[in-house]
Design a protein around this ligand. Structure first.
Ligand code: SF4
Ligand code: MG
Length: 336
């Protein structure tokens, strides 16, 4: 596999009146060409900040990259000028968000919003851009694209707006699509359709995807690999199969037990994880999950857990993997 995006030891803080918020604390991951990586975790875990840092969209100040690098095709994105980064953002990496109403321009026809990038980054004529906009709307499964291209966002349903966002994001054929909670605002049936659409487009266009979500259920079908993030760190990462069938971190166990699986037709929320994530003004020096973990040991509060590799692709940061730790029952692999 060839690496498209390589994030190394990324550490991002925000300086606020109340103090330094350590939002991302040493995150390392990569995305291969044509691959989907899901970054999963509760809100405030650093997943959106990670995405915005990749896009160089963090306002600085108050944001600050304390450490680490983001390499895209070998180029260190933090070393690019604003102008160079603007070109990358329009052509190479694009992003879609949870609420299309905040990123779609309500006063501009949807077609025109698709055309803008095409005219700017691909120097298409107006007529060609419009033709391509209609093609894109067709590609994302929009009924009556010839008519829709002339309409405004408020004339679209929630699901259609998300499709329009995807059309805008993919119009210039980017190498990487970052989707931050793209289906959270939608009902379950539409969620499944949008995920299916993303997967279909990925197969067709060979785009790499970073899918950011709090809901493991959403990623089951589409993710090749999954990184589970908690309190600014990746606590477990592996292939989709590793995470769903052989998870090793108690937080991953909690996530798996708390989310419905779309692919299994479950729609109800199951058991939520008790407690709240730690305060990122003063993150704990030990395991960040210790306060909520049923298995916490003394060392968990004292020292950040070492990385344990299960395979080349699968690793976990948890003291339960230490040879001297008590053996506990894995609630996912040893169910029933
Ligand atoms: Fe729980 Fe300790 Fe593992 Fe953290 S390191 S998840 S507190 S057992
Ligand atoms: Mg977020």
């Amino acid at each position: 596999d060839s690496v498209l995006l390589d994030v190394r030891d990324l550490t991002v803080s925000f300086d606020t009146y109340a103090g330094e918020v350590q939002a991302v604390r040493g995150t390392t991951f990569h995305v291969n060409k044509g691959e989907t990586l899901a970054i999963v975790g509760e809100s405030g875990c650093g997943k959106s900040v990670t995405a915005q840092t990749i896009m160089q969209l963090i306002p600085m100040p108050p944001g600050r990259i304390k450490k680490g690098n983001v390499f895209f095709e070998g180029k260190d994105l933090s070393k690019l000028t604003d102008r160079q980064m603007e070109i990358i953002r329009g052509k190479e990496i694009s992003m879609i968000f949870q609420d299309p109403m905040t990123s779609l321009n309500p006063t501009m026809r949807v077609g025109k919003q698709i055309m803008e990038g095409l005219m700017k980054h691909q120097q298409l004529s107006k007529a060609d851009a419009k033709e391509r906009a209609i093609e894109m709307l067709k590609l994302v499964g929009m009924p009556n694209p010839d008519k829709r291209v002339e309409q405004y966002p408020h004339e679209f349903s929630g699901g259609m707006r998300q499709r329009a966002m995807i059309a805008i994001a993919l119009a210039c054929n980017p190498k990487l699509l970052i989707a931050d909670e793209p289906t959270t605002a939608l009902d379950v049936t539409i969620q499944a359709q949008i995920i299916e659409l993303m997967q279909e487009l990925q197969n067709r266009l060979n785009t790499s995807i970073i899918l950011i979500t709090h809901d493991l259920g959403v990623v089951a079908k589409i993710a090749d690999r999954i990184a589970v993030m908690y309190a600014g760190v990746i606590v477990e990462s592996g292939t989709s199969k590793d995470i769903f069938h052989n998870p090793q971190h108690p937080y991953t166990w909690g996530l798996l037990q708390s989310v419905p699986r779309l692919d299994k037709g479950q729609k109800e929320r199951l058991v939520p994880i008790d407690g709240t994530p730690p305060d990122l003004f003063a993150p704990p020096k030990g395991c960040p999950f210790a306060d909520r973990c049923d298995y916490a040991m003394r060392i968990c509060k004292e020292q950040f857990p070492n990385k344990s590799n299960l395979t080349d692709a699968h690793y976990v940061h948890c003291w339960l993997k230490h040879e001297n730790a008590p053996k506990v029952k894995n609630p996912i692999t040893e169910r029933g």
